[in-house]
Design a binder for this molecule. Structure first.
Ligand SMILES: Cc1cc2nc3c(=O)[nH]c(=O)nc-3n(C[C@H](O)[C@H](O)[C@H](O)COP(=O)(O)O)c2cc1C
Length: 394
């Protein structure tokens, strides 16, 4: 017999954690683990969340907080809240045309959506579905003509900001993907297990896998033609990601990208200074959501020193472990102008599509509003380390 407590998610989802639970039920295990997991022992992934949890907000009272402004200017754009939907590769496998759904929700909430290089929906399809073009994320590839082609496509749809992801010179091992035979060519047993996994999620199968357009890599059709499998994708990744890239290569991108240029994946103050020297407009303090090198610092831990190292030379953004609006305020207090959320939107779109992502953003917006009010702040743009108790993160 099952008790009501076994099925708590009959209640309406209220948090990113609730969306995670709904996503866990809806999508095949191999996909859930792909999103949920991190590299090696997942220590950094856990620390992203737990270090942020340990950061304490400084509550102050009896200030006039009748005005609480969340709008911020980021990379030349006015955002309604200090949030950006992070690039999530393969998101379109989680729900039908998930990138389009998320971009629509983001637009409605006045925040940018970042289209990953390895999205299912091509950038043109996403751009067509919204009035404000998505930002674009690019990996540095060996085949520069292919990178150039992608830059041209992003330019053609009017993408204003390019995120150049620089923490994938080599690829970290994700053990959950190995266990789920998402890596390498699966044997017959693994194939059967994976098929069973897919078949035991008929809602997802009907709606996403069979019901929509084919699940191919929309931006990589020429590079990975018709590829449906994560194994084919991994092969392409290993062949294409370029470990010889240095800061000098930023000039190559600069020459071909007229918009704002942001590097994603900086943890070290020295690297941050180099990024500023290389002439980028912004940097994102990120450890790829704990999916690359394990045992590196959480982003909450790394952020203050990076922000101090560059000052006003470049705009500093951050991501990793952000699950609530309070986390957003903490990241801003630690030195970020705006914050990217990754898994939180991936779970929401997997669970409830566009409405889920919009709701997740509405909840974060309400959280931020409360946090501003109870830390005595009139504007998120004015939040600094004085909003933290005892400068707790360091
Ligand atoms: C399933 C998944 C796929 C991702 N794909 C990409 C990607 O294609 N490009 C990229 O730059 N970062 C990618 N990331 C990293 C995110 O952009 C972001 O840095 C990270 O998710 C932030 O941590 P959070 O998930 O705890 O919010 C991915 C993350 C996840 C969870």
């Amino acid at each position: 017999m099952r008790f009501a407590a076994d099925r708590p998610m009959r209640l309406a989802p209220a948090t990113a954690g609730d969306y995670r639970e709904l996503a866990r039920r809806r999508v095949p295990r191999q996909l859930f683990d792909y999103v949920d997991g991190g590299a090696y022992e997942e220590a950094t992934m856990r620390a992203n969340v737990s270090d942020l949890e340990r950061v304490l907000l400084r509550q102050v009272v009896m200030r006039d907080v009748s005005v609480r402004e969340q709008a911020v200017e980021v990379l030349g754009q006015k955002l309604a809240l200090p949030i950006v939907l992070a690039p999530i590769g393969l998101a379109g496998m989680l729900a039908r045309r998930a990138e389009v759904q998320a971009a629509r929700a983001a637009e409605r909430m006045g925040v940018p959506f970042v289209e990953s290089t390895v999205s299912i929906c091509p950038i043109e399809e996403v751009a067509e579905a919204v009035a404000t073009p998505p930002w674009f994320q690019l990996y540095v590839m060996r085949d520069r003509s292919y990178a150039e082609d992608l830059l041209d496509r992003a330019k053609a749809v009017g993408s204003p900001v390019l995120l150049l992801t620089i923490d994938l010179a080599v690829v970290g091992a994700r053990h959950r993907d190995t266990r789920n035979a998402m890596v390498g060519e699966p044997g017959p047993r693994a194939k059967a297990r994976r098929a069973l996994d897919l078949l035991s999620h008929p809602g997802w199968l009907r709606h996403t896998a069979i019901g929509g357009k084919p699940l191919t890599f929309g931006n990589l059709e020429k590079a990975v033609p018709g590829a449906r499998s994560p194994a084919a994708f991994k092969e392409w990744v290993d062949a294409q990601f370029d470990p010889s890239v240095t800061w000098d290569d930023i000039a190559w991108v600069r020459e071909r990208w007229p918009g704002r240029l942001v590097v994603k994946g900086v943890l070290d103050p020295e690297d941050a200074r180099r990024a500023a020297d290389a002439g980028v407009d912004g940097l994102i303090v990120s450890n790829h959501g704990g999916r690359q090198l394990d045992s590196v610092p959480s982003t909450a831990r790394a952020l203050p020193a990076v922000a101090d190292a560059v000052g006003d030379r470049v705009e500093v953004l951050a991501d990793g472990g952000v699950r609530t609006g309070l986390d957003v305020v903490k990241m801003v207090a630690l030195g970020a102008r705006a914050v990217l959320v990754g898994r939180a939107w991936a779970w929401a779109v997997a669970a409830r599509g566009e409405a889920g992502v919009q709701h997740m953003l509405e909840v974060m917006k309400a959280d931020i509003d409360t946090a501003l009010g109870l830390t005595g702040q009139n504007s998120i743009a004015g939040v600094d380390r004085s909003a933290l108790y005892d400068d707790a993160a360091r």
